[in-house]
Design a protein around this ligand. Structure first.
Ligand code: ZN
Length: 379
């Protein structure tokens, strides 16, 4: 999920100030222009489990941990509701002593019901150096000429609204209190809810891969947002169709990175090819609608939301079509062709996919009208 694509956004100021004992710093030196490091903060995850387990008793302190504040505020937003300042702390205390809530806005119970599994997962993450692996994965998805020098914080938590298992937002910190800011301010923070990773079968390897793939996906968005700031203004979206193509590219490559983490070098299933082909069909249809003069503002917003936030793989036509395009670009034209599109905007991503289509006529085709639009040099 990438909130930056919409209006709600994210970051961190003075990151170095809050390097705590729970934070590890690693640097990627895969190529000289790519200096990307990651600090992983485990304290919200660990102390929330300790609190539910009655090992510690100070609800106020647990509620004020940075990771928990980020997760709580975002949960309220995702639930499309409003809560008082102390609501999170009060509900946290209540959740420790009862077995369920009518409505679990902050997502306490998946964590409370899986405490031993979550402790194991946390140990596994530390031992297997999640941060080092993420940095290496992300570096392989950026072109050599991309200049990035940045440090992100990843907050591992065990709570959060069911609508998102991970997210990136931009914040500015006032001591330990976050203020959410827009694209131009602060820096990105990444929040990952580990409770969502232990819902499936008790397979430790699969759970670790899920954490790795989810976190790397969000880190890609965060690193790409830094790179985008250095690109010329002419690449910024000029209309709703460009906005959509930016989502297709950004989510497409991020989901492709996640897919690779899961599959390694294996080929996806037949079903995957069918579903992603259908998503390209929907993308053609939506772009046709967006390029028509009858498009209303409300309909445009609805189409943009559905591109990545419809709630299902098939429904997220923008992300899923972008995933297929990224896969085919990498397969037919190679990684440098895919990563070069990051320097050249959403239209170049689609044009590069068209080159793959010219090599392989069996790929899901783009409509003429779409190709005409992306071929115009209006951005
Ligand atoms: Zn995403």
């Amino acid at each position: 999920m990438n909130f930056a694509s919409y209006t709600i956004v994210t970051t961190i100021a003075a990151i170095l100030l809050f390097l705590s004992l729970t934070t590890e710093v690693l640097r990627a030196q895969t190529h000289p222009n790519f200096e990307f490091s990651l600090g992983v903060d485990y304290s919200a995850a660990e102390q929330t489990l300790d609190f539910f387990d009655h090992r510690i008793g100070d609800a106020d302190r647990v509620a004020k941990l940075r990771g928990n504040q980020l997760a709580a505020a975002t949960s309220v937003m995702l639930a499309r509701t409003e809560k008082s300042r102390d609501d999170f702390r009060d509900q946290l205390e209540l959740a420790r002593n009862i077995t369920r809530f009518e409505s679990d806005v902050y997502g306490f119970f998946p964590a409370k019901n899986h405490i031993p599994e979550l402790r194991k997962l946390l140990n596994n993450i530390k031992q297997r150096q999640l941060d080092r692996r993420i940095v290496a994965t992300i570096a392989s998805f950026f072109p050599e000429q991309a200049k990035i020098s940045t440090r992100f914080s990843v907050y591992l938590v065990v709570i959060g609204n069911e609508r998102a298992s991970a997210f990136v937002r931009r914040v500015v910190w006032n001591f330990d209190t976050p203020t959410f800011v827009n694209d131009e301010e602060g820096e990105p923070v990444i929040v990952v809810n580990l409770a969502r990773m232990v819902e499936g079968p008790p397979n430790e390897q699969a759970q670790f891969i899920e954490v790795l793939s989810t976190t790397a996906h969000e880190c890609f968005h965060a690193a790409f947002s830094v790179l985008q700031k250095s690109l010329p203004d002419s690449l910024r979206p000029r209309n709703i169709a460009d906005q959509l193509l930016d989502i297709v590219q950004n989510e497409g490559i991020a989901y492709y990175l996640s897919l690779q983490t899961h599959l390694g070098g294996e080929t996806p299933s037949r079903k995957w090819f069918d579903e992603t082909s259908k998503a390209v069909d929907i993308l053609n249809r939506v772009l046709g609608e967006m390029l028509s003069p009858n498009l209303t503002h409300a309909r445009a917003q609805e189409l943009i939301m559905d591109a990545n936030l419809s709630g299902s793989f098939e429904g997220n036509y923008g992300a899923t079509s972008g995933l297929r395009m990224a896969y085919e670009i990498d397969a037919h034209l190679g990684r440098p062709a895919l990563t070069a599109t990051l320097m050249n905007g959403g239209r170049s991503f689609v044009l590069t996919y068209q080159q793959a289509c010219l090599r392989d006529g069996s790929l899901p085709q783009l409509d003429k009208r779409v190709l005409q639009f992306v071929g115009q040099s209006s951005r």
